[in-house]
Design a protein around this ligand. Sequence first.
Ligand code: FMN
Length: 197
Amino acid sequence: MFCQFGYSSYLCILITNTIIYNNMKKFAFIIAACCLMLGACAQNSQNENQGKENNMGKTLIVYFSATGTTKAAAQKLAKEFNADLYEIVPEQAYTAADLDWRDKGSRSTLEMKDKSSRPAIKGRCENIDQYDTVWIGFPIWWYTAPTIVNTFIEAHDLSGKVLNVFATSGGSTVDGSYNDLKKAYPQYTWGDSRLMN
Ligand SMILES: Cc1cc2nc3c(=O)[nH]c(=O)nc-3n(C[C@H](O)[C@H](O)[C@H](O)COP(=O)(O)O)c2cc1C
């Protein structure tokens, strides 16, 4: 009898332990699954926030580059902002002689002396409406933006966008060019400026 009682209580304890152990396993599994789900949700919301922080709407990088330096800077910016690129292409390409700033009669010197000059460009950016932020980049010529940049700006409606400026130079800062553009086109919203030497 005692033996029987002892055996059944042992069996009873064993079964209870097994049930508790199995339930604990289930419980642990449920807790682990919940943790994983919460982790995934937190990660998602973090990704969304990062996306919002970096994403100032759709971004376009517009640039003019006579000898390639600004083009390379534009490509870097496009990677940084996951942006599209648009090159301002002169109808008549600039030759080395055109770019000779020591020559008082060179094309670039003449264009930069005449602030109303608007060198012709090939085509226009047809889908500019879809962008919220536009970076405009150029090499600094005579401490400011080449007048071909004015040709581009005046050929497009840039209202409602944030316009940022970037430039490359032999040492001049971007501030003069930025302020000149801001002054020339006060109807637009001007944001950041960056020298990318
Ligand atoms: C006509 C001309 C004028 C320039 N004027 C300046 C200037 O005022 N300040 C400066 O730091 N660099 C000046 N530079 C140097 C260019 O800004 C620099 O080399 C630029 O990175 C060239 O860019 P790109 O290769 O995209 O054309 C001038 C270059 C040229 C051709």
